[in-house]
Design a protein around this ligand. Structure first.
Ligand code: GLC
Length: 735
């Protein structure tokens, strides 16, 4: 495939000159994106493009049709303004990579950038030039189905992946033939939807908004993201799509963002459903005032903006500013020079380079949660017969996960297929679903599966959630294993055959009731096209697990929200003060020694903490050293530690994590926050000295003085393998 030359730009367009020539109808045409009707296209749709009343379309991925509509827009319309052509490319186009939550578990931004590079390449071949990714909502409620699309609970980690995905999608040159515009979403605070129920109310205090939900959008903007998408959510009483404070004061005035803001699907008329506006005309007015440049899927701008201008409620200057943002984005994408695609310039989906990358991403995103008695890796010589059980062992669609509009399941290699291909005749594979689906309650399939397990050396059990159980609008009030999977796993466990549980899921699950039924647990998430080969490589030791949790796994749904960077409260739980249900039954006095922050019926700690993940190797940390214990604002200090792979057999990678706590602030501060990480490869017995450099800028936060600044005082740092790391030291930031 030859690299297409970036077209030599014609005379650079002068946006102001184009706007000066535009009619009001043509201006409004730039401020809407419509869902493309099925071909053959209605005359009205084509005529709207020809007359400049539509400036952007979505959900058309047939290159000849896209090219024809671009031709009409550029050659038959009065001003020849090209179309934006959008599609949700959330974690791959035809070749599907692990869901974003899984990609975050790789703690490998370079890898994720490569994955989004390939996704953009495949999408651009169809004429798509804009996608609605990355989704960078901080997600601390696993009941929320869209946690699957997020990079998890942490501000720093999400910001790192925001940058990586924007760079992957847009490349260094957004006008290149195989790059597409990114869209950081959903601005802002969508992940705080109450009760984890999608589209629900979000009440976020300013300091929480500024210190938790907004920073990843700053990262995306610093990475030159060309667009943002407004959230559906009601943000403190004013839905984001009409929120002047968020969209104008912060995004445009404070941050100086000059890109495009697109509403989410019909979020403009939904302002009326929220009860913020009385009718669509007022919704249009409030969204225009908030600076929503492009209205998605609804047409309130087209219907009412002209009246609003004539009535003086929206000025022509305001209108022109929105149009300028849209034309600037098209200019930055090089669309005025070349808007049509040529599929012949692209690698075909399913290209080995794409599949190899999809497998590598799946391998590095999976997290080993449990491995008792070294059950894993499996040795072929000890496993001549393998029971492959459960409803997710052979599901080419479900392994792709949510948001896979164009994913090609014919490219999928399932775990069952990969096991058969890898083990061949050398091993007898006994496959039994046991359950028709993960939601299945009947036990009629148990007997076959139990028999298969009884007569096998090991049972590999594939359980979790189908893709449909996470993603947009697919939230769960109980996040245990659905259906009768726990019973099924117990039945297999009771055969006495060693059990390896492989979890496919779009969210953290509460596993307390099943964790004892498996000797080993591999969290595969929804790993994408190459799920099977990745899982088999990890189970048989061709690859060593290295993923780390980007999100906390609670013990019980009642603990939610439960995240590591929490506030300590005035009464933190301690082993001495936590009172358990059984203690109460002993008749402890009501004033009990407790009265600290805990639940009587579940331990306050998570089942698996943020940053956690096992390896076949073992890693030890020692000798933490700070190069100074006093710094002034503008300085930096280094923190170094020695990491040793104490395994005598397995090489592996450890994700060394740096956490910091600001001990005293003008606002209360989290008990610790991730400030850096490094993936380190170590051969058996090898050691490495890992050093982090921490600047005082990285200690800054939005303070009680309503500005982002560092505050002098005591800080503590920890370095280790997850968010429970205890090895650390203190330093002082001098006034
Ligand atoms: C959806 C989602 C948004 C997506 C858009 C277009 O409702 O909220 O993330 O990009 O519509 O499909």
């Amino acid at each position: 495939m030859t690299q297409a030359p970036t077209p030599v730009p014609k005379e650079p367009i002068v946006i102001g000159e184009i706007i000066a020539r535009m009619t009001r109808s043509e201006k409004l045409g730039q401020l809407c994106i419509v869902d493309t009707p099925p071909a053959p296209f209605p005359d009205e749709f084509v005529e709207s493009i020809r007359t400049g009343r539509i400036g952007a379309i979505m959900n058309l991925v047939e290159p000849d049709q896209v090219n024809e509509l671009q031709r009409i827009a550029m050659e038959e319309s009065r001003l020849g303004i090209p179309l934006l052509v959008a599609r949700d490319v959330i974690h791959g186009f035809k070749t599907i990579f692990p869901i974003p939550l899984a990609q975050a578990a790789s703690w490998d931004p370079d890898l994720v950038r490569e994955c989004t590079r390939v996704a953009a390449h495949e999408a651009a071949s169809t004429g798509v030039n804009w996608t609605f990714a990355p989704m960078i909502d901080i997600s601390r409620d696993p009941r929320w189905g869209r946690i699957a699309e997020s990079f998890g609970e942490d501000v720093h980690l999400t910001g790192v992946f925001a940058r990586a995905t924007v760079k992957g999608l847009q490349g260094e040159n957004p006008a290149a033939f195989d790059t597409i515009a990114a869209c950081a979403k959903h601005f802002a605070g969508y992940g705080a939807s109450e009760s984890g129920r999608d589209y629900n109310t979000t009440n976020i205090p300013e300091n929480e908004l500024r210190n938790v939900y907004l920073p990843p959008f700053r990262d995306a903007i610093e990475a030159n993201v060309l667009s943002l998408m407004s959230s559906f959510g009601d943000l403190d009483g004013i839905p984001a799509t009409a929120n002047d404070h968020l969209m104008n004061t912060i995004l445009r005035k404070e941050w100086g963002f000059e890109g495009v803001v697109v509403s989410d699907w019909e979020a403009v008329p939904q302002l009326g459903v929220h009860g913020l506006t009385a009718d669509d005309k007022e919704s249009a007015e409030q969204a225009l005032r908030a600076g929503i440049d492009i209205e998605m899927a609804s047409m309130t701008y087209a219907r009412y903006a002209s009246e609003l201008i004539d009535e003086g409620r929206i000025s022509e200057v305001q209108l022109d500013a929105l149009v300028a943002n849209v034309l600037r984005m098209k200019q930055r994408l090089g669309l005025f020079d070349k808007a049509q695609t040529d599929p012949a310039q692209f690698r075909t989906p399913g290209h080995s380079k794409h599949l190899d990358l999809a497998k590598r991403a799946a391998v590095r995103s999976m997290v080993l949660l449990k491995n008792e008695n070294g059950r894993l890796p499996l040795r072929r010589e000890n496993n001549r017969s393998i029971a492959v059980l459960g409803p997710l062992a052979d599901e080419p669609n479900d392994q792709l996960g949510t948001w896979v509009f164009d994913g090609d399941p014919s490219l999928s290699v399932t775990p069952l297929q990969a096991l058969r291909a890898r083990l061949g005749e050398a091993c007898e594979i006994r496959h039994a679903r046991g359950l028709n689906t993960t939601r299945h309650r009947a036990q009629d399939g148990f007997a076959e599966a139990v028999d298969a397990a009884k007569s096998s050396d090991v049972a590999l059990v594939f359980l979790g959630e189908e893709a449909i159980l996470s993603g947009e609008a697919h939230c769960r009030a109980d996040i245990g294993l659905p259906g009768n999977q726990a019973e099924f796993l117990r039945a297999v466990h009771e055969t006495g055959t060693p059990v390896v549980l492989v979890l496919m899921t779009g969210r953290p699950l509460t596993l307390g009731d099943v964790i004892d039924y498996a000797d080993a647990i591999l969290l595969a998430w929804h790993p994408g096209t190459m799920a099977g080969p990745a899982i088999v490589d990890l189970l048989f030791g061709n690859e060593n697990p290295s993923g780390k949790l980007p999100v906390t796994f609670p013990r019980a749904v009642g603990q939610i929200p439960l995240y590591y960077a929490h506030k300590i409260t005035g009464r933190p739980p301690t082993p001495e003060t936590v009172v358990r249900m059984e203690d109460v039954e002993k008749g402890l006095p009501q004033h009990a020694v407790g009265n600290t922050s805990f639940h009587l019926d579940v331990d306050p700690s998570p089942l698996f903490p943020f940053g956690y993940g096992l390896s076949y190797a073992q890693f030890e940390f020692k000798d933490p050293v700070l190069d100074t214990v006093e710094i002034s604002t503008g300085d930096s200090l280094s923190i170094s530690v020695t990491v040793t792979n104490t395994s005598d057999r397995y090489a592996g990678e450890e994700v060394v994590q740096l956490y910091v706590r600001d001990m005293v602030g003008s606002l209360t501060r989290p008990v610790r926050e991730l400030k850096g990480f490094q993936r380190v490869h170590l051969d058996p017995g090898a050691s490495a000295r890992v050093t982090f450099r921490l600047t005082t800028d990285e200690l800054a936060f939005y303070t009680r003085r309503k500005t982002i600044e560092t505050e002098p005082g005591r800080f503590r740092v920890w370095v280790g393998a997850d968010s429970t790391a205890q090895m650390g030291a203190e330093f002082i930031l001098l006034p």
